[in-house]
Design a protein around this ligand. Structure first.
Ligand code: BG6
Length: 507
């Protein structure tokens, strides 16, 4: 197939640049990610007129499907997303399926004939990571990494390696056939609207930036809590654990956005340069940090809202004596001019009381002798999900005699912005990959910097005697994580109490 308007730029009705034609080839198309995230995100882009006029989606997998049965398989996820039956059928008419072993060149050869010459091709790796290198080699054998007949980009899902060495090795394998400019590593947290909004909050306003440093900030916490357990992903999670699954990528990327210096321009390279720069200021974790500043936990069975929840070791695919962590809390430091002396507390876990991701900046207390005792809470909460928004809390005088200080808050909720449905992270990232905008994708040096920082924890996890604390499902993790902050005179913010207590989760 040849693009009618090869290399001509066109714009969608929202004015965004999109290639005139293109195709998205999804490897691992019969899997959960394609069904739950990628296809619904592509549908929403289609429905908003954001996909190229002439586009196709090709699912590739070993599971045998015909075009019709693959479309049928996707129906369930589209049923929740589709806004009209006609549009959904029109969208499905662009989808085909290739039953193939993606490591066998001859089985992938139909991809050559069906190429949109002059358009953009995205090769999306949504398979188990051990297939990444063989698939990339097969694509190269077929010449599909070449850009002489059209744009060719590789979109890679995490995990990018299992540790520092394997991440470097994967990088070498990808770079054998694709240039860095062709590789789009997905960290879906970077696609979240409120994570990007951190940049606007910090750099488009003057009033926050003057507070954003060690002179004003006492400590910072980043929480990514999930209520769900490992669900059907026990086998994967046994190899990953919370450190690899969430801390190494999502939390450190959010941390970089919170802590970075202003980039010279809002462009892919400038932003990623600043992210890497601040990562290089992360203080390396010492043996003492691993002993005192790291808390690992694993959820235990519990009864929550009249439901019996399994403990991690009872989940499908999990060993009965597993020592994989489902919770991690870490106190760390950034030895930069801006942040020297400010502790950063990061925590993430499964089977916590609720799903919430937020960043909290705790400001220093008033130095005034009169107000110092019982000083009000001064903090800025950036709620990444759900109920996306921002809250500032401070103290004001209670009406009446004397100076009794009361905590008050000013808040902003995205839901209050008219006409502003928040796009799903995958929607934004797929569109950016089609447009060739790599700003929100992790660059190879960023990924390596994150693995380097985390590697001492991975080494520590190898030690069978490492400390691992149990916590009941539906609670905020092991008590040792509270002590981590209490030792510094600090405390986590609890957006909602344990599920045995108050269930409302306040912003
Ligand atoms: C994924 C992890 O990257 O992020 C999952 O593999 C986790 O284990 C998920 O549940 C959390 O993403 P979100 O967008 O629901 O916060």
């Amino acid at each position: 197939m040849v693009c009618k308007e090869a290399f001509v730029q066109t714009t969608s009705h929202t004015g965004e640049y999109i290639a005139p034609c293109g195709r998205i080839v999804i490897f691992g198309a019969s899997g959960d990610l394609a069904k739950r995230k990628l296809i619904p995100a592509l549908y929403r882009l289609f429905s908003q007129g954001m996909l190229p006029q002439d586009f196709s989606i090709v699912g590739v997998g070993r599971t045998a499907f015909t075009d019709a049965s693959f479309r049928q398989h996707l129906q369930e996820s589209l049923a929740d997303t589709a806004d009209s039956d006609d549009r959904s059928s029109h969208f499905c008419s662009h989808i085909t399926y290739l039953t193939a072993d993606p490591t066998r060149t001859e089985q992938l050869s139909p991809l050559v004939a069906e190429r949109h010459l002059g358009g953009a091709s995205l090769y999306y790796l949504a398979t188990p990571p051990d297939l990444y290198a063989p698939i990339v080699a097969t694509l190269a054998e077929l010449g599909l990494n070449q850009q002489d007949k059209g744009i060719s980009r590789l979109v890679v899902e995490k995990p990018f390696g299992h540790d520092l060495d394997s991440a470097r090795q994967l990088d070498r394998q990808l770079h054998t056939y694709f240039n860095e400019e062709q590789i789009y590593r997905i960290d879906h947290y970077l696609g979240k609207e409120t994570v990007q909004n951190l940049l606007v909050l910090r750099f488009a306003n003057t009033m926050f930036e003057v507070l954003w440093n060690r002179n004003m900030v006492d400590f910072i916490e980043i929480t990514a809590a999930e209520f769900l357990g490992v669900e059907k992903r026990g086998a994967y999670y046994e190899q990953a654990g919370a450190v690899r699954d969430m801390l190494q990528n999502h939390l450190l990327q959010v941390l970089a956005m919170v802590a970075m210096e202003p980039p010279a321009t809002i462009s892919a390279d400038a932003l990623r340069d600043e992210a890497v720069k601040v990562m290089r200021f992360f203080r390396p974790l010492s043996a003492a940090d691993l002993r005192s500043n790291l808390v690992l936990g694993q959820y235990l069975g519990s009864r929550v809202r009249h439901e019996d929840l399994l403990g991690y070791r009872e989940e499908l695919g999990v060993a009965a004596d597993s020592r994989t962590e489902t919770y991690v809390a870490l106190k760390m430091w950034i030895d930069s001019w801006r942040w020297e002396g400010v502790p950063f507390y990061l925590r993430t876990g499964k089977r916590l009381p609720t799903r919430v991701t937020e960043v909290v900046l705790h400001f220093r207390k008033s130095p005034h002798p009169f107000f110092r005792a019982g000083a009000p809470v001064n903090n800025l909460i950036i709620r990444i999900q759900p109920d996306e928004g921002i809250l500032v809390s401070f103290g004001l005088k209670q009406p009446g005699s004397g100076f009794v200080v009361q905590d008050v808050a000013m808040d902003f909720h995205y839901s209050e912005l008219a006409n502003s449905a928040i796009p799903d992270a995958y929607e934004r990232l797929l569109l950016d990959a089609l447009k060739g905008d790599a700003t929100l994708f992790a660059r190879s040096d960023e990924v390596e910097a994150c693995w380097s920082f985390i590697q001492p924890i991975l080494d520590y996890l190898q030690d069978p005697a490492h400390a691992l604390y149990g916590y009941a499902a539906g609670t905020w993790g092991p008590q040792e994580a509270d002590q981590l902050l209490a030792a510094d005179g600090h405390a986590w913010r609890f957006p909602c109490k344990n599920l045995t207590g108050v269930q409302y989760c306040a912003l």
